[in-house]
Design a protein around this ligand. Structure first.
Ligand SMILES: NC(=O)C1=CN([C@@H]2O[C@H](COP(=O)(O)OP(=O)(O)OC[C@H]3O[C@@H](n4cnc5c(N)ncnc54)[C@H](OP(=O)(O)O)[C@@H]3O)[C@@H](O)[C@H]2O)C=CC1
Ligand SMILES: O=C(O)C1=N[C@H](C(=O)O)C[C@H](O)C1
Length: 268
């Protein structure tokens, strides 16, 4: 039985992960963690989620409880996940990180830390999006420079980072497939007399509205036609199931940084 410590337990993703873990074989909740000043601290985690009492109280100090688990699952924020990974390394514990919005410097530190423990880091843990990552690489390679590339993402109005981690990963995949440097060709907003669209631009556009769970469109446009590849998440359960699957997988791995392509066996 894999024992998991879940951080961000009072959040949208943390809550779904804990709820779905109840019905999942081979994994159990060892501890649940929230930010120190969160109103849920000290309350039974299942009570918060409307599941009745389970005898796991929400705690505030990850460094205190990480050693009670075989793996930590963290959907909090870029800063909290990095801090938690530092603690996980101190205790030699594998980690699954779903948070997004890491800076290049933070990514460098994660890569460095993951040299000590196995770590899955993925901006999107759904099977559908991870298949789409492969598909858009192939499509970009086939269509090449003849098609304009635009990525459109839409999320709920509570999301803190933009563009989404998924949209940024899509942009990186396509830039790599087309031999372009995303720092040079990525365009995140347009306004005013912008002139004709440079052919090599990769547009990444963000929408925020209501309770949209997560939608990503990759548009390849030419004169006379366009190809659109769309993923729509209907709930957070696919992300949560992916995180649980990653947690069971990562405990068997050697130290290193992995993503969902590795977990799902999609890497070629
Ligand atoms: N990889 C994937 O498949 C997915 C990734 N995400 C990403 O996961 C992250 C979380 O998303 P979501 O659940 O919607 O966000 P929420 O804001 O609902 O949840 C995050 C939770 O983490 C808590 N938190 C913040 N800092 C700490 C800390 N230091 N220790 C413990 N808990 C802390 C927050 O508390 P407080 O509210 O008090 O700040 C909050 O309860 C985001 O970065 C999002 O982009 C989301 C969905 C899928
Ligand atoms: O914050 C969210 O909600 C989501 N974040 C992830 C991202 O930034 O890509 C994945 C998902 O679309 C939901």
């Amino acid at each position: 039985m894999v024992k998991a410590v879940v951080t961000g337990a009072g959040g949208r993703m943390g809550g779904r992960i804990i709820s779905l873990m109840e019905a999942e074989e081979g994994i159990d909740l060892a501890a649940a963690v929230e930010r120190g000043d969160h109103p849920a601290i000290g309350r039974d985690v299942s009570e918060i989620l409307g599941l009745g009492k389970r005898g796991v109280a929400i705690e505030s100090d990850f460094s205190d409880c990480v050693s009670r688990g075989d793996v930590a699952i963290d959907f909090t924020s870029h800063a909290a996940s990095l801090q938690n990974l530092r603690f996980a390394v101190q205790h030699g514990k594998p980690m699954v990180i779903g948070s997004t919005g890491f800076s290049p410097e933070e990514m460098e530190e994660i890569l460095d830390l993951a040299g000590n423990v196995p770590c899955v880091l993925a901006p999107n843990m759904s099977v559908g999006v991870n298949v789409l990552f492969k598909v858009i690489r192939t499509v970009a390679e086939i269509l090449g420079d003849d098609y304009d590339v635009e990525i459109l993402e839409a999320h709920h109005h509570l999301k803190k980072d933009a563009p989404s981690g998924t949209a940024m990963k899509m942009a990186h995949i396509i830039a790599e497939a087309l031999g372009r440097d995303l720092d040079e060709v990525g365009i995140y907003e347009r306004k005013g007399l912008i002139g004709e669209r440079p052919r090599r631009e990769i547009g990444i556009q963000t929408l925020r509205a209501g309770d949209i769970v997560g939608e990503h469109t990759v548009l390849f446009g030419a004169v006379g036609e366009r190809l659109e590849l769309i993923h729509r998440a209907h709930s957070r359960d696919n992300f949560a199931k992916g995180a649980i699957r990653a947690a069971k997988w990562v405990v068997e791995q050697k130290p290193g940084l992995y993503d969902m392509q590795d977990v799902l066996g999609l890497r070629t």
